[in-house]
Design a protein around this ligand. Structure first.
Ligand code: CA2
Length: 152
């Protein structure tokens, strides 16, 4: 059965590939989304991708994914919440609110090798898994993990 894998990217990730290549690499958001679509397709699934610079849009997308998870249409969510990772209790509440839908937290850079304010995540305690520091390949690993998990 074809399932949807929802890929959510938060604030400023639309700038990928345009600035700070030393930290985030040279791939663009379009490259990330193409990688997710291809990885999902390799498993017979479909990636649905959204990037937003607005916290509320990410909350709405999580709620919508949770409703579709309950009807068996969605396998789970890959979430790179950007800097909201370090600030947003609302995102933690939303992920709790859609449990048991699996949400995999992704970070392109190794946040633990960076500034101390990036070391804490409000998402990690409620994430099904965390992929950190593998560049954009982390998205492939996360989509792959959700597809394998859905297989049971
Ligand atoms: O490493 C990651 O994926 C981050 O989630 C990226 C966030 C950062 O705040 C987190 O601590 C770690 C930043 C996303 C902004 O991306 C940019 C890309 C290119 C140029 C400027 C920002």
């Amino acid at each position: 059965m074809t399932l949807k894998i929802v890929v959510l990217n938060g604030p400023n990730l639309n700038l990928l590939g345009q600035r700070e290549p030393g930290t985030y690499g040279s791939a663009t958001l379009a490259d990330v989304e193409a990688l997710c679509r291809q990885t999902a397709a390799d498993h017979g699934h479909a990636a649905e991708c959204l990037q937003s610079n607005h916290e509320g849009a990410l909350l709405d997308a999580l709620h919508a994914a949770g409703a579709a998870f309950r009807t068996g249409e969605v396998a789970g969510v890959v979430l790179n919440a950007g800097a909201l990772t370090h600030t947003s209790i609302a995102l933690q509440d939303a992920i709790r609110g859609v449990a048991p839908m699996p949400v995999i937290e992704v970070h392109i850079s190794n946040v633990h090798a960076r500034e101390a304010f990036r070391h804490h995540s409000w998402i990690s305690p409620v994430a099904a898994g965390i992929v950190i520091g593998f560049g954009i390949d982390g998205y492939r690993l996360a989509v792959d993990a959700l597809a394998r998990r859905a297989r049971g």
